[in-house]
Design a protein around this ligand. Structure first.
Ligand SMILES: NC(=O)c1ccc[n+]([C@@H]2O[C@H](COP(=O)([O-])OP(=O)(O)OC[C@H]3O[C@@H](n4cnc5c(N)ncnc54)[C@H](OP(=O)(O)O)[C@@H]3O)[C@@H](O)[C@H]2O)c1
Length: 329
């Protein structure tokens, strides 16, 4: 048996989540890997999956729930067992990566969902390199084609995605402006932003600077407003939206951005990130080279995981919050 965070339906975390004793998972005989989880990170999408909004995505949210109802997607830990065909992962390796059912003392996954833990990071930090870091990397490199010397503005610069995006954009040689609230100005400067804008004091869409790329993790402004501060062929990557509600709430913002792009050189685009082995290894290299360091907001005990998920759901993360597992026997 093991302790894990179990989801029993869609709703508020306090109503549908509980920390319970469940059967320990077993890894697939051929290609599976069982990891003794040391830490797991909570990203805002995991909270949407618990609440079940927007409702149209509920079948996808159900796929986030693993064996025995255990949730969680990103973790770091120590390999406990490997399947007979697994070649590059060994018992005792320190790893990080993806597993359905990561908020648990043990998680079953596959070798290609794991990478070697960066030697300079703790398990808590390594667990934070998951959906949020992948999203930031794929946004800037693949969808935004960010080039050295270009000027990028990142909203939600203090959050799970934004803290990785600021560091990755700097590593790519861009000039970076981070938008955040007053309490986060020093944090966003400290991770490399060249300029910071306090959204509680200033509306960046009314400012003078022009940006080649806006990576929007918040969705507080329309494409029409953003166009004022995009270069003539600038791009808006619409990643964030107001908290999802009803059947479509949250998706409508990105769809509006898409339609508004049809008649303009200044494009607005949504995108979906997908975790994969190449990007996981790239993020490990960047961490080991000191180019990115996960910003950890709060480390919660497994017994406090329900409150942890609720807290991330408030949307005021400073970096990423993490659940640290008690030592599993
Ligand atoms: N496309 C994809 O595949 C993908 C993947 C992951 C995430 N996402 C989306 O990306 C968005 C961000 O995710 P996240 O994990 O970074 O969220 P998060 O960890 O909750 O962070 C959000 C951050 O935004 C800040 N913020 C709130 N209002 C703001 C405003 N008006 N201007 C600037 N900053 C503001 C918050 O701090 P304060 O409130 O303290 O200011 C907080 O630090 C979400 O909408 C999520 O659904 C998309």
């Amino acid at each position: 048996m093991m302790k894990a965070v179990v989801q029993t339906g869609f709703g508020d975390p306090a109503a549908v989540l509980r920390v319970a004793e469940v059967d320990k998972p077993t890894a697939a005989v051929e290609d599976g890997v069982l990891v003794r989880v040391k830490a797991a990170s909570i990203h805002i999408g995991a909270v949407y999956g618990v609440r079940g909004y927007p409702k149209i995505m509920r079948s996808m949210f159900k796929s986030f729930i693993g064996e025995n109802g255990v949730i969680g997607q990103n973790m770091a830990g120590i390999v406990e067992t490997v399947g007979k065909n697994v070649a590059h992962v060994n018992v005792g390796d320190e790893v990080f990566g993806a597993a359905t059912g990561a908020f648990a003392e043990y998680a079953a996954t596959t070798a290609d969902a794991l990478a070697v833990k960066p030697s300079n990071l703790t398990f808590e930090q390594a667990s934070a390199i998951g959906v949020s870091a992948t999203t930031a990397l794929q946004a800037l490199r693949d969808h935004g084609s960010l080039q050295q010397g270009q000027h990028v503005l990142i909203t939600g610069a203090s959050g799970g995605v934004g803290t990785f995006a600021v560091q990755l954009a700097k590593a790519m040689g861009a000039e970076v402006t981070g938008v955040c609230s007053t309490r986060n100005l020093d944090l966003v400067r400290s991770i490399g932003a060249d300029h910071v804008i306090d959204y509680t004091q200033e509306n960046f869409t009314m400012g003078d600077p022009q940006y080649d790329l806006i990576f929007d993790n918040v969705g507080a402004h329309s494409l029409k407003d953003m166009r004022r501060v995009l270069t003539a062929d600038g791009l808006l990557l619409a990643n964030g939206a107001p908290a999802p509600a009803g059947w479509f709430g949250g998706l409508d913002h990105v769809l509006k951005v898409m339609f508004a792009s049809l008649l303009s050189r200044q494009q607005g685009r949504p995108f979906l990130s997908t975790e994969n082995a190449n990007d996981r290894n790239r993020l490990r290299e960047l961490a080991e080279a000191g180019k990115i360091a996960p910003v950890i907001d709060h480390v919660f005990a497994l017994d406090d995981a329900v409150a942890a998920v609720a807290s991330v759901g408030n949307g005021h993360n400073q970096g990423t919050s993490v659940i640290a597992m008690q030592s599993a026997s």
